[in-house]
Structures are given as structure tokens and as C-alpha cells.
Design a protein around this ligand. Sequence first.
Ligand code: ZN
Ligand code: ZN
Length: 294
Amino acid sequence: MFYISAHYKFTPLLPEETQRMRDELFAFGEEIGMTGLVLVGTEGLNGTVAAETEEILNIWKQKLESCFGEIVFKDSFSDDQPFKRWFVKIRNEIVSLGDTEIIPHGKHNHIPPEEWDRMMEEEDVVVLDTRNTYETEIGMFEGAIDPSLRTFQEFSEYVEKCDIPKDKKVLMYCTGGIRCEKACLEMERQGYENVFQLDGGILRYMKERPQKKWKGECFVFDHRVAVNEDLKPSERYGLCPHCGDPGDQHISCEHCQKPGMMCVRCIKSMDRQTCSKDCAYQRNLVLQKEALVR
Ligand SMILES: [Zn+2]
Ligand SMILES: [Zn+2]
């Protein structure tokens, strides 16, 4: 069993501190056997990590809280190792909105899951998903708006063009809460007065409010692809080998005959079912040769 935790903290670090912190966290994690990816920057830290026992994960959590103060951890589990290796990397932004001026600090209109459910039932609220299309396609809150983002960096432009009235109460959410920290400030910068964010994101919500207003699965950025309602690794989705989006179409590879997964879009656009980019390439060569012979 692998114990997985997603966590972030916005807290200012000096540029020279980020390097020292990166080295310290990398060495500490390597020593206790962590896997996953942690980003460190002058605005704080953001990561998803895994450990083979709950004790090891707790040692990691204690280490982080001793360095950064209180942190909200969003835990889940997997029978398989969700990460190949252990990385701690330095980034300008620990979550990339494409604007280093927007730096969250402290609690700012955060709503815990139970209150979120109450607010969703109020009249005249807009529920806004701040994630990308490949995420919203496999699960969303009931009645939420999908801004159809390809990347989070398109969010500012979406807000400029969207027709949500500036005085409307907006409830926004993302996977673990970190994108909303910036999305919330960006909407306020553009004149929105009533913006709220789901504290701990979908992952915390699913744990505290199972079988309530969340519909579908939640995309995660590791080998699990997504987690289902029990926060267990998805049994439905695999990563489409051609585009990297989640896919739920079981195929038999036209080249190597092995079973595989693809997304609906790639099956349509390629008009071919292959289990990998290489098999797609090989299959194309064969078809081209056959066309020449004919
Ligand atoms: Zn695809
Ligand atoms: Zn194949």
C-alpha cells in the first residue's frame, strides 16, 4: 500500500532560501524513501508525494510543518507506486497562473466542504471549475461552469471575457485548492466582489462529503490518472498514450494486438486503434506500404 499526500503552502521565501530549502527537502525525502514531486519557490511550496507506510508519510508531514507551519494535507491511497522517482524542483511559480505579482497569503474566503454544500444550494450563485478540460471531462460539481481551459494560464483571459456579473457570488474549486488561491485573487483584481474558494479542493471534499454534490472522478497528476469516489485509483480511466488525456476506451492494438486504452477523441481523429505512439507509427508504415503495393 502507498500513502499519498497532496499539500501546498504559500509563504514567502528569499531566493537564496529556496535553494537551501530545495536541497534540505530533497535530502530529507531521499533519506526516508519518499517518491513524488515537490515544487519550491519564493512564494512557497507545492507537492504530491507518496510513502510506503503511514509512519514515513507522517515523518514527512512533520518535517514540512516544522519548516512551513500548519499545512492542510489531502491524503489518498494506492496499491501501486504512483510515482517513479523523487524530485524537489525550484520554480518561479509553485502553480503557474503566468503572473508572479499575484501571491496568496493566509486565509481568503476559504469555505470548508460542509459549508460549500450549503452555499451551492443558495439561489444566485455561480459554481466555477478552475481546472483544465482534460480534468473537467471526467468529473465536476453539479451545475458547475467549465471555462474550457487548456492550461491554468488561460484563466485570466477567461475571466476578462466571461459573462459572469461582477457582483455575482462565485464559488470556485480545483483539485487540492492551490489553483483557486490564485484564481480567487485574479477575479478580485478584475473587479469581482464575492468570490469564494473550496478549502482543500475536491480531494478534501471527497473525503469529508462522499456521495454528495461531486459527480464523477477527480483527475490527479500521477500514475493513478484519477481517483474515484472512495479516493481509490481510477478503475475506469487510463492515460491515452497519444495525447496524455484520460481515456476510457478499451482497445485491441492494431499493430501488436495487445489490449490498451485510448481516449475517444484520438480514436476518432486517428481513425486507428493503437496502444502506444510507437505502435501508431509502425502501423502507419505498414499501411503506407500496403497502399504503395496496391
Ligand atoms: Zn487521446
Ligand atoms: Zn501496440
